[in-house]
Design a protein around this ligand. Structure first.
Ligand code: ATP
Length: 667
């Protein structure tokens, strides 16, 4: 059954073929292929027939391009050489693409260290002009057609490898790859199922253009006498022979030269047309911008779950040992103590998460709020083991669903976390692999972890889609992600998490990218799941109102630390940290005077590369004193579960820095 995607794609191709460029491309390509097939069958003998009575003749009605030094017809030889010339070019391109795929995907599969070496080697190889490399390899592999195919193939491999690295890096950054990792899918399977299908189109386009270049490289090698050897002949060899009689019969060199030109043009135009049909403005779009190059280098480090290194020295200022004491250990689905996440920066290491301690109990909903850059997502990603190897993750304790992530784990842990931890990402557009049907993506989890057969896994996928209130689930399961609305995609993502039996759902801004009308549906769904199966929820959001509505408890993060941990019900009435109070005050309510500007938090969030001494919020805080600017307050409990990190917690705030009263009074 053809899908909408298939039909759109077919109509785009039809549109491209109908343009003058498309028509010219088709005509040239078909002519080239027909000649490659029929010319040797029809004219091979005639092209090899020696006529010593008619050597080095000029063009005539009998011999359009004249004859060579053995009296053989050059026009016929040029036509017959089409098969070998095109065949060699395609063979070399296949070698270049195969090697490019191996080298380009190696960083994803091998891990950071080995991956970096491969990236560096490819970068060095790319710096050499490919013709120079071809000459080098031609000498290494020896003179002749086989040596030339290997030489041109090897010479073309580095640029393909770099293209593949860049494309893989782009796709590997998508949430559906992270989702597959959370589900415990191995790197090789991720590559085959999620990455390669999504880079196939640009690769094919580039391979077509690469075939044109290979054709020229062959002409060059044969012309230099390093390629095809007599009695075999390709266009390059004919060119080489034709140049020898240039002054007697210039057409002898012109005919094979024109053939190389036309075939190269056909392959390049085919690439251009394919690029248009698959939606790339031009194959040049595949060129590496410096930003994408950096992404490619980063891809070398994406190797899946990062075992957190050994325990770090706890930071007494931020470690609150009491925070989890009230819960039985077996009741905890998450026990995080003194979590630090750092990255190497240009001017030294940065540490965007600086000692975070919290616990989540079975069935509990905990919200994490804070401005952009406060470290919310990094905290969640560290818990889900989705940070790449560049990240330095350290923690005194990082227990997720009973698994101690501070020690390396194996397949069993992946399986356990894959079925009991679900992750919902912000952007429903990138949460699913666009090339695979939704049902198949959900079924993959059951097939991988529960060993279900295809049919059984698909039935479960349909059942789960139904459970997340997607109507006509059976039909929807057969659709691709682009046929779903944003809200439906997000619900399907939650459905994917429910393929196992999760005890913990981490939702990172699950409603931010959605229309307000569907936001509530998604939040309701998360609530329903939580209540039905006693599932714990960690909900990350910018929006204090959302977490206040959905969660039992709220962690307020600022500059990589938790500055307040309080019951959601206390947010508007008993928040004690000036930052929490400012966040709450910034939300308009029914009582807000709309004639006055809305309250804003003055200043800017802290740059993780430049964290000030003392309390990081001091520069923006109306209560800041000298002590705040010198000493960072610890996150301290008050005998209840309420924890706050402030030297002036709960003190009255009358006015904000702009002179306007803040909505929240101290309690
Ligand atoms: N791979 C990385 N390398 C270096 N710095 C990073 C990296 N990832 C994130 N950061 C930095 O860490 C800080 C915290 O990022 P994080 O994504 O956790 O913030 P957030 O609170 O979730 O913000 P948002 O709400 O915008 O997602 C940011 O300043 C970010 O620039």
């Amino acid at each position: 059954m053809s899908t909408v995607a298939d039909r759109v794609s077919a109509s785009r191709w039809a549109g491209v073929v109908r343009t003058p460029l498309g028509l010219a491309t088709m005509a040239l390509t078909v002519a080239m292929l027909v000649l490659a097939v029929v010319a040797p069958m029809l004219w091979a003998d005639a092209a090899s027939a020696i006529d010593t009575g008619d050597i080095l003749a000029g063009p005539s009605a009998e011999h359009w391009a004249g004859t060579d030094n053995l009296g053989r017809d050059i026009a016929l030889r040029t036509l017959v050489a089409t098969r070998l010339s095109i065949g060699l070019a395609l063979g070399a391109t296949a070698i270049a693409v195969a090697m490019g795929l191996v080298l380009g995907t190696a960083p994803l599969l091998l891990g950071r260290r080995a991956g970096r070496t491969v990236v560096a080697a490819v970068n060095i190889a790319v710096a050499f002009p490919s013709l120079l490399l071809a000459l080098f390899f031609a000498v290494v592999f020896g003179v002749g057609a086989t040596g030339a195919v290997l030489a041109v193939g090897f010479a073309g491999a580095p640029s393909f490898a770099r293209l593949v690295q860049t494309l893989v890096a782009g796709v590997a950054a998508h949430d559906y790859v992270s989702a597959a990792r959370v589900a415990g899918v191995g790197e090789l399977r991720i590559l085959v199922r999620h990455v390669l299908p999504n880079i196939a189109e640009p690769l094919i386009v580039n391979a077509t253009i690469g075939a044109g270049s290979a054709l020229l490289a062959f002409a060059g090698l044969s012309f230099l006498g390093l390629g095809v050897q007599a009695p075999a002949y390709d266009w390059g060899r004919l060119l080489f022979e034709g140049v020898g009689s240039l002054y007697v019969n210039p057409v002898a060199a012109f005919a094979p030269g024109a053939a190389v030109l036309l075939a190269g043009l056909a392959l390049n135009l085919l690439g251009e047309s394919a690029a248009k049909a698959v939606g790339l403005a031009s194959p040049g779009d595949l060129a590496l911008s410096p930003r994408r190059r950096r992404a490619a280098t980063a891809a070398a480090t994406v190797t899946g779950p990062t075992p957190a290194p050994g325990p770090a020295e706890p930071d007494p200022r931020t470690t609150d040992a009491d925070s989890t004491d009230t819960a039985e250990p077996e009741d905890l689905v998450l026990d995080v103590r003194d979590l630090h996440v750092g990255f190497p920066g240009r001017d030294g290491d940065v540490e965007p998460v600086r000692g975070v301690t919290f616990a989540v109990r079975r069935g509990e909903a905990v919200g994490i709020v804070g401005e952009s850059g406060s470290g919310k997502s990094l905290t969640a990603l560290a818990v889900a083991q989705l940070l790449d190897d560049l990240a330095d993750v350290r923690a005194e304790r990082l227990d997720v669903l009973g698994e101690d992530l501070t020690v390396p784990g194996g397949q069993e842990r992946r399986h356990h976390l894959g079925t009991s931890l679900a992750m919902v990402f912000q952007d429903p557009m990138s949460s699913f692999n666009p090339t695979t049907r939704i049902g198949a993506q959900l079924a993959e989890v059951a097939r991988h972890h529960q060993g279900m057969g295809r049919r059984e896994a698909m039935d479960r996928a349909v059942d789960r889609l139904d459970a997340v209130r997607i109507e006509d689930a059976e039909r929807r399961a057969r659709q691709h992600p682009h046929e779903f609305s944003g809200g439906m995609r997000q619900r399907a993502m939650i459905g994917m998490g429910l393929m196992g039996s999760p005890s913990l759902v981490i939702a990172d801004e699950p409603t931010t990218a959605l229309d307000v009308t569907v936001q509530q549906q998604v939040l309701d769904l998360l609530q329903a799941i939580r209540r039905a199966d006693d599932v714990a929820l960690v909900l990350i959001s910018h929006d204090v109102t959302v977490v206040g509505e959905v969660c039992d408890r709220v962690l307020v993060m600022y500059a990589g630390r938790i500055v307040e941990d309080l019951a959601a019900a206390e947010l508007t009435t008993a928040a004690r940290h000036p930052y929490t109070r400012a966040l709450v005050a910034a939300v308009p309510t029914m009582e807000t005077d709309l004639d006055r500007p809305l309250t804003v938090i003055p200043g800017r969030p802290v740059d993780p590369a430049d964290v000030p001494v003392g309390c990081a919020y001091a520069a923006r805080c109306p209560l800041a004193s000298d002590r705040c600017r010198a000493e960072d307050p610890p996150l301290a409990g008050d005998g209840t579960a309420h924890r706050v990190a402030c030297w002036h917690a709960g003190e009255p705030i009358d006015i904000d820095r702009g002179g306007r009263p803040l909505a929240v009074e101290a309690t």
